[in-house]
Write a protein that binds this ligand. Structure first.
Ligand code: ZN
Length: 415
């Protein structure tokens, strides 16, 4: 494998001051040095990659994806052949990588097989940390279309698997581990996109959630919960979950418990804004619920930030025909995080170092440091001055994953 020297402004993902004229070298798939250009000694073995106004950053991590091609109309989940959906997901994985996301935390039935295919190099996509299907109660958030017969839902739902009672929760978690799960995704409340419940509906009992948490801990991993309403967030925290997804209606008690238990917060603001901006592309009930949630969600991000809770970048995008949450547009969430009060540097740390913590890969990726995997993006412009450049994937000019160039729209030369 050839080596590279990338030159430009270096933001290493740790949150400190950038190196304005910096260098990152890559050898054998790993980062071999991060330094000032003045400290770098030209090495003829390395291919130089540089361009004016370049910023070099760690590869991004989307901590909440659903590579299942269902778009924003949940009933579509049941109307299309699974193979078609899987092949679309293959294309979406590539788009996500080319938008700069070299890793992702993925939640649907296709996750484990996509993860294996990407790891083998058969397809291109982010390195995946997967839950397989999320566990939901019957009539709960994952039972998205409760007008469709239950047996059919259980068979064809690529996002959720329905379980009820402590025994089934345990069995469900073990089934997901059998399918290849790296962590367990569950739901402790209703949601925006589900037909039969509300964000403040509380779902699963404390005992059911605890059964999943204990099983995850036996597998040396954790439970993440879709949790929107306050009551259900609190119950999930009491059960011992390690990441709160969405967390729309956080209150002081939630924040206090998250700090105490070192729980990660994965807000998903952009998708709410997209639902409100595209009422014709979503079910009416989702639009109604989205209107009630969006401003409160932004408030929750502010509360979490002030309390020093670890925030990650997650989008909840679902792919499919809908342009609304199309893969490749995930960078929008950087802008949403900054609008919610994070500094541009904090949003970048959320999408890199903090994401790596949540996918349990802190030693491997998430920051530009000697010895780590060369998961690197080079963007045109300075995202610390204008975070919106990260919202447009065309500004991501180079994507490198494990030292292999996966996208390059700049010229390179040997130095
Ligand atoms: Zn989701």
């Amino acid at each position: 494998m050839g080596g590279y020297v990338l030159k430009g402004r270096v933001i290493d993902g740790n949150g400190g001051k950038p190196i304005e004229r910096g260098v990152v070298t890559v050898e054998n798939g790993r980062i071999s040095a991060v330094c000032r250009e003045s400290e770098f000694r030209t090495d003829a073995r390395l291919t130089e990659i540089s361009m004016p106004n370049a910023t070099i950053m760690p590869g991004f991590i989307d901590c909440h994806t659903h590579l299942t091609s269902i778009g924003m109309m949940p009933e579509k989940l049941f109307l299309r052949p699974k193979y078609d959906m899987l092949l679309e997901a293959v294309g979406d994985a590539k788009k996500l990588l080319e938008a700069g996301f070299t890793s992702a935390r993925e939640m649907c039935e296709f996750g484990p097989c996509l993860k294996r295919a990407i790891a083998k190099g058969n397809i291109s996509g982010p390195k995946l940390f997967v839950s397989s299907r999320l566990l939901s109660s019957t009539s709960g958030h994952g039972d998205t279309c409760s007008l469709i017969p239950l047996e059919y839902v259980q068979e064809h739902n690529t996002i959720a698997y329905l379980v009820d009672g402590v025994d089934e929760c345990l069995k469900g978690a073990r089934l997901m581990f059998r399918e290849g799960a790296d962590f367990i995704k569950s739901c402790s409340t209703g949601g925006i996109m589900s037909y039969g419940d509300e964000p403040d509906t509380s779902e699963f009992s404390l005992e059911e959630l605890k059964a999943m948490v204990e099983e995850a801990e036996r597998h040396n991993t954790y439970v993440a919960t879709h949790s929107q309403g306050t009551k259900g967030i609190l119950k999930a925290l009491q059960a011992g979950v390690k990441s709160i997804e969405h967390g729309i209606f956080l209150d002081e008690k939630c924040v206090e418990l998250m700090v105490k238990n070192d729980v990660t917060y994965d807000p998903t603001v952009s998708i709410l804004r997209l639902i409100l901006a595209n009422p014709d592309e979503v079910p009416q009930y989702a639009y109604r619920k989205g209107c009630l949630a969006v401003e409160r969600h932004v408030e929750s991000v502010k509360m979490a930030r002030e309390a020093g809770i670890r925030i990650v970048l997650g989008t909840d995008f679902l792919g499919g025909d809908s342009e609304t949450t199309a893969f490749g547009k995930q960078g929008m969430e950087f802008v949403s995080l900054v609008e919610a009060g994070l500094t541009p540097m904090e949003a970048i740390v959320a999408a890199t170092k903090n994401g790596a913590h949540l996918i349990k890969k802190s030693l491997e990726t998430g920051t530009l440091e000697e010895g780590k995997a060369a998961d690197i993006v080079l963007v045109e412009g300075d995202p610390l001055r204008d975070i919106s450049i990260l919202a447009d994937a065309t500004n991501v000019r180079l994507v490198m994953q494990d030292g292999v160039i996966k996208k390059n729209t700049i010229m390179s030369k040997t130095c």
